[in-house]
Design a protein around this ligand. Sequence first.
Ligand code: KG4
Ligand code: ZN
Length: 342
Amino acid sequence: MRVLGIESSCDETGVAVYDSAKGLIGHQIFSQVEMHAKFGGVVPELASRDHIRKILPLIEATLEEAGVRGPELDGVAYTAGPGLIGALLVGGTVATGLAMAWGVPAIPVHHMEAHLLAPLIEENAPDFPFVALLVSGGHSMLVDVAGPGQYEVIGESLDDAAGEAFDKTAKLLGLGYPGGPALAKLADQSDVDKHDLPRPMLKKPGLDMSFSGLKTAVMLKVRELENTGNWNETEKADLANSFQDAVVETLVKKSLRALEQTGRDTLIIAGGVGANRHLRASLEEELQKTGRRVFYPRPEFCTDNGAMVAHAGLLRVQDGQPAADGVIARARWPLNELSAIA
Ligand code: KG4
Ligand code: ZN
C-alpha cells in the first residue's frame, strides 16, 4: 500500500509518500521560516497563503520522486489538526479534492499522533507499549501509549509549550526566529550552568510541567546584567545554557517519573524540541542507568514533515478506517479522542 501524506498545520509544507513494503519513497518539504522571521513569529494568514503557493508543486515533485501516479495510491492523508485553522484548511481541501479526483480515500490525521508514531519510520523502531515525550512549539506532553491509536495524556504543560519557551527566551536574548535551534547553538558555546534558574514544577508530584516562569526568570536576569553593565556575548551564552539545562532537566525528570508511574521501560521523544541534542544525550544517559531505552526519529522527522503524516495515514488505511466525509480541520483536538488501530 502507498499513501500520500500532506502536512500544513503551521509553517512547513510537507509532502511524502509512504509505502508499506519499502518505507518512505518520496519526501519534499518547504519551510516558510524565512518569511515569518521578519515578524518574529508565524503570521497565520501569510502561512495559509504560502501553503497555497507551494502545495501543488510539492505534491507533483513528490509523486515524481516516488514514481507513483495519483490514482495508484491507496489514500491521501492530511493533517486535520491541531494547528492553525487556515493553514490546516489548505492541506485538507487539496488532499480531499485530489482524493476525490483519484478515487481514493482521504484520511484526516492527528498532528500529534503523526509526531508520536514518527520513531516507527526509523530502522531501529521501538515496540509498543511506550511512554512518549511530545515536545513541540505548540505542545508539551507525556503520553502513555498502550498501542497504536491508544493514547492517554498523563502530563502536560500548564502554560507555555517547551518549544514556545525556547522561542520566547531566544527572543529575549536577541536571537532570530525560530529561536529554539539558535538558542541551542548558543548554549553549546558555554559549559557552565551559572545561573540558578528555576526547575518549574519539579518539586511538585505528578507529571504536569510549566515553562512560563522560566522565561520570566531569564528576562529578569537579562535586565540585571544590563543594569550592572555586564551584558555581553559570554553572559548571553551562559544564560542560554542555564535555560537549556533547566528545560532539559525538567523534561528528563518528568519522563523518568512517567516511566516509573506507568511501569513502561521504553521512552520515545518526538516533536521539534526532540531535535535538541542536549535533551537526547541526557535522556539516553539517564535511561541507560535503569536499563531503559529511548528512541527518537532523525531530526528532520522530529520537526514538522509530511513523512510522519503519510506514515500515520498508512496505518489507519491498513486498519480499514473509512474515508472522511468532507474536509476536517480542527484547531483543537484532544489526543485521547482517537480510535485504536488494530
Ligand atoms: O514540531 P515542530 O516542528 O512544530 C510544531 O508542531 O510546533 O516544533 C517546532 C518547535 C519550535 O518551537 C522550535 O524552536 C523547536 O521546536 N525546536 C527546538 C530545536 N529544534 C526545533 N528547540 C530546541 N532545540 C532544538 N534543537
Ligand atoms: Zn509539530
